[in-house]
Design a protein around this ligand. Structure first.
Ligand code: NAD
Ligand code: ZN
Length: 396
């Protein structure tokens, strides 16, 4: 469904500008327990901020990691999770000229101010203008915009918090997007899919004829596969404990599948080295486990093998690599948001989708209404979904 009609509908939203909005949100109060639908109050945007009416949002594994966390700094409760979304600008705070009421926008966890040393450099996408020190509040002034009806602060996540009808996001984290793109596809571009594509194209720079090994075939891993397939990689090996992911993975270019549980006496890296005559040119960790980051590194080829870490380590564990293996010419790097600069690169991905150069439809495996948001968690944890789109307006 093209989104232009919805954007038009929301042009009358100005009656709420400058006022506190009461709306419904799915709140994470206890680690690992179902989100609770509650009425909350959302403050108007302050200077440099944008209040957004969320149209749809989806569940990325990073939300699951925060939701399950029991130790600081990741464990913060009560909190509104969600960082993959699309919405319409309801109102803007002082000094915001880049977007206005009625614009279709993506809130994006990665900032892009366009002015700092990092944003000006082609080498970085780690905006250094407003550093969100605690990942639970607004990046500009460290305060919050959400309260429950008892007046208790509800914390933010990843500069976005999209499991709510309305959120407030710093303008450095807001990207205008063409209304020609279907809403659910736009939503995907706000985190996981952009991250995987960027990792293949911009961070690893996978080239024609290369061999690729991807650990974890969720939406992030499979968007790496899609990026590698488009670049002409000849062999794209998928590693996952869930055998159903091989069939799914074929749609995105996975040519070979390894289930670590059925490798017998061999390690996954031994199997990959045998399959690729010495190791894959590019390895990607898309799970978030230190042990698998090691496996990915050990599966890379001596001489030039490159390992890209995308997974957010779910227990906060450090990695330890054998330095002799690094001396053999292998390299390791990590990336947030696939090295992409949200304000310029998302538009390019959207255009590629509209030009039918990108297979994104298959990432949306399920959809639920807002009041069924906990089903989206079940589907991801059961290994059934890639992305489950949560339609906020269908909640009643
Ligand atoms: P997902 O849950 O959809 O996919 C993870 C996959 O890994 C599943 O298919 C699962 O079966 C598989 N898996 C789990 N444990 C495994 C193991 N020990 N061995 C092999 N396979 C295993 O998750 P997703 O939404 O695709 O996210 C993947 C990772 O990327 C998460 O860590 C997430 O936090 C991270 N992420 C990072 C960024 C970034 O900017 N770097 C952006 C988005 C997501
Ligand atoms: Zn994400």
């Amino acid at each position: 469904m093209p989104s232009s009609e919805l954007v038009m509908d929301n042009k009358n939203a100005s009656s709420t500008a400058g006022k506190i909005i009461r709306c419904r949100a799915a709140i994470s109060r206890i680690p690992g327990k179902p989100l609770v639908m509650e009425e909350i109050e959302v403050d108007p945007p302050k200077a440099g901020e944008v209040r957004i009416k969320i149209l749809c949002t989806s569940l990325c594994h990073s939300d699951v990691t925060f939701w399950r966390s029991t130790q600081p700094p990741m464990a913060v409760f009560p909190r509104i999770l969600g960082h993959e979304a699309v919405g319409v600008v309801e109102s803007v705070g002082g000094g915001v000229e880049e977007v206005r009421e009625g614009d279709l926008v993506l809130p994006v966890f990665q900032g892009d101010c366009g002015e700092c040393r990092d944003c000006k450099s082609p080498k970085s996408n780690i905006c250094s203008k407003f550093v969100n020190k605690d990942n639970q509040s607004m990046p500009r002034d460290g305060t919050n915009r959400f309260r429950d009806l008892k007046g208790e602060v509800i914390h933010n996540v990843l500069n976005v918090s999209s499991f709510t009808q309305y959120t407030v996001v710093d303008v450095t984290h807001v990207v205008k997007i063409t209304p020609d793109i279907p809403l659910d596809i736009a939503c995907l571009l706000s985190c996981g899919v952009s991250t995987g594509l960027g990792a293949a194209w911009k961070v690893a720079e996978v080239e024609e004829g290369s061999t690729v090994a991807i650990f974890g075939l969720g939406a992030v891993g499979l968007s790496v596969a899609e990026g590698a397939r488009i670049r002409g990689a000849t062999r794209i090996i998928g590693v996952d404990l869930n055998p159903e992911k091989f069939e799914t993975g074929k749609k995105f270019g996975i040519t070979d599948f390894i289930n670590p549980a059925t490798c017998g006496d061999k390690t996954v890296s031994q199997v990959i080295k045998e399959m690729t005559d010495g190791g894959a040119d590019y390895c990607f960790e898309c799970i978030g486990l230190a042990s698998v980051m090691n496996d990915a590194f050990n599966s890379s080829r001596e001489g030039w093998g490159k390992t890209v870490i995308l997974g957010v380590e779910m227990h906060g564990s450090p990695i330890s690599l054998n330095s002799i293996e690094i001396l053999k010419g292998r390299s390791v790097c990590g990336t947030f948001f696939g090295g992409l600069k949200p304000k310029s690169d998302i538009a390019t991905l959207a255009q590629k989708y509209l030009d039918k150069e990108l297979n994104l439809d298959e990432f949306i495996t399920h959809e639920v209404s807002f009041h069924d948001i906990n089903k989206a968690f079940d589907l991801l944890l059961e290994g059934k979904s890639l992305r489950c789109v949560i339609w906020i307006d269908k909640q009643n």
